[in-house]
Design a protein around this ligand. Structure first.
Ligand SMILES: Cc1cc2nc3c(=O)[nH]c(=O)nc-3n(C[C@H](O)[C@H](O)[C@H](O)COP(=O)(O)O)c2cc1C
Length: 225
């Protein structure tokens, strides 16, 4: 696949075929993605690639704790809730997804079910838990570097026919992930990526989210025209 094709066509995938992903393919995707640049080439990231019964136990723990009202325990600062234009964009993509799935605004049961699907990592066959070295915890650079490699992973996966969704919900109950995946004490959990073969019959997989324009995002300074 050409680079432009990958970038233009990649979408978050939230419905997967019941088909395993070969370990060798995940290794290939990681090797490609790890060409991502990092501050001083520090490469602070590490990956716990989880599947099978371990991933099922993480899903179960996430759902049980969420239903029991256990608060979010992410291992990094999350800042205030989104407001203004950011909240509008958050609602915008949710509306697109619910419309695709035929979930009505007043259908609380199906909306709740959708949220739980997120905590189950959308039943993907693989989850890549992305961590970074605790020795540099406190710097915003390490999460920034993780963002770079995560973006590269989802695109590298797409170029191989795999789908992904970066999935904050999957690591909100971090003690479950830590215990089941055997995350080392010297690692900070940043995020996880659900990965698998896209289910072409799953309507939300076709959703193309919107982007603001280059004119909205960029100020060109010092150019002639
Ligand atoms: C840091 C981060 C966390 C995310 N967490 C979730 C999540 O918990 N659940 C979910 O459904 N999507 C999650 N997403 C996916 C975004 O909703 C998605 O990337 C965005 O709406 C743009 O859509 P696209 O990926 O299809 O282009 C996350 C994305 C990022 C970058």
């Amino acid at each position: 696949m050409k680079f432009d094709e990958v970038i233009q066509h990649r979408r978050s995938i939230r419905g997967y075929l019941d088909k395993p992903v070969p370990k060798a393919l995940v290794r290939e995707v990681l090797a490609l993605a790890m060409r991502a640049p990092t501050s001083y080439n520090t490469q602070p990231w590490n990956f716990y690639v989880v599947t099978g019964e371990v991933l099922d136990r993480i899903r179960q723990g996430n759902v049980e704790r969420t239903l029991a009202g256990v608060p979010d325990s992410r291992e990094f600062r999350t800042g205030p809730n989104y407001d203004g234009v950011h909240r509008e964009r958050q609602i915008g993509v949710a509306k697109q997804l619910f419309a695709a799935m035929g979930i009505a605004r007043e259908d609380k049961a199906r909306r709740d079910d959708w949220v739980l699907r997120g905590f189950r990592q959308f039943d993907a066959p693989v989850s890549i838990v992305v961590t970074y070295d605790r020795s540099i915890h406190g710097s915003d650079v390490a999460p920034f570097d993780c963002g770079g490699v995560v973006n590269a992973i989802v695109n590298a996966a797409w170029s191989r026919g795999l789908g992904c969704v970066i999935n904050s919900q999957g690591i909100m109950q971090s003690p479950v992930v830590r215990a089941e995946a055997g995350i080392a004490d010297d690692q900070v959990i940043q995020t996880c990526i659900a990965m698998g073969w896209p289910d072409p019959g799953f309507a939300a997989n076709a959703v193309v989210s919107h982007r603001k324009s280059v004119d909205e995002a960029a100020r060109f300074v010092g150019f002639d025209d």
